[in-house]
Design a binder for this molecule. Structure first.
Ligand code: FE
Length: 205
């Protein structure tokens, strides 16, 4: 039995990095060299984003479902409303919350890259960053949503919203039926990441 080269290549040198990773490393070194960021600052930011999860976003949604005053403030000025819950946006980008109703459904995409409300949802899923989603969400949003299991009635107006680095969007999904009287923690458990992007609805209890 012989070992082919492919089976035992040991530690890979740098040229095995993808072009994208190589570019990111080079950019990191350049930013540190130019004094734009401190060494370690980028790692710290990456750790902070990774440590976030959708829990905070789900809490915001559950609160809006049960407190119409809060919902009004959230739709008008999301940054200060989430501050009421002790949450802060980690980045300078503004946050806007858009409400799904019986008659209008919002779907969020970043056509340019992957802008996303990471402060409330953590890092975006890979499909959100993919070129097919970024393109297709705009040209055929209903088809995309159907692939996520959401078949909207033709009478519902679909609004596709383009996130930017300066303004990120969080969808306030519709409150599922049969949830009257549920405590906020149980409501929050029904709020999925995908429902806050708009590709699906919140779960039913
Ligand atoms: Fe982006």
């Amino acid at each position: 039995m012989s070992h082919g080269h492919d089976e035992h290549r040991g530690v890979q040198p740098d040229e095995e990095l993808t072009p994208r990773a190589r570019r990111a490393l080079a950019m990191h070194e350049l930013l540190v060299e130019k004094g734009v960021v401190e060494d370690g600052e980028v790692e710290e930011r990456a750790r902070r984003v990774q440590s976030r999860s959708i829990t905070d976003g789900a809490r915001v949604v559950a609160r809006a479902w049960t407190d119409s005053g809060f919902k009004g403030r959230l739709l008008a000025d999301a940054r200060s409303a989430v501050g009421e819950l002790g949450l802060s946006l980690t980045h300078d980008a503004e946050l806007a919350v858009v409400e799904n109703t019986e008659s209008v459904h919002h779907l969020v995409v970043c056509t340019l890259c992957s802008c996303y409300p990471t402060a409330l949802l953590g890092p975006p899923p890979d499909w959100y960053k993919s070129a097919p989603y970024r393109r297709r969400a705009v040209v055929e949003p209903r088809v995309v949503m159907r692939e996520f299991g959401l078949d909207l009635d033709e009478s519902v107006r679909v609004r596709v919203i383009d996130s930017t680095a300066d303004l990120r969007y969080l969808v306030l999904p519709r409150r599922p039926g049969g949830t009257e009287g549920l405590p906020q923690e149980e409501l929050a458990a029904l709020v999925t990441r995908d429902s806050m992007i708009g590709v699906s609805e919140a779960q039913s209890p």
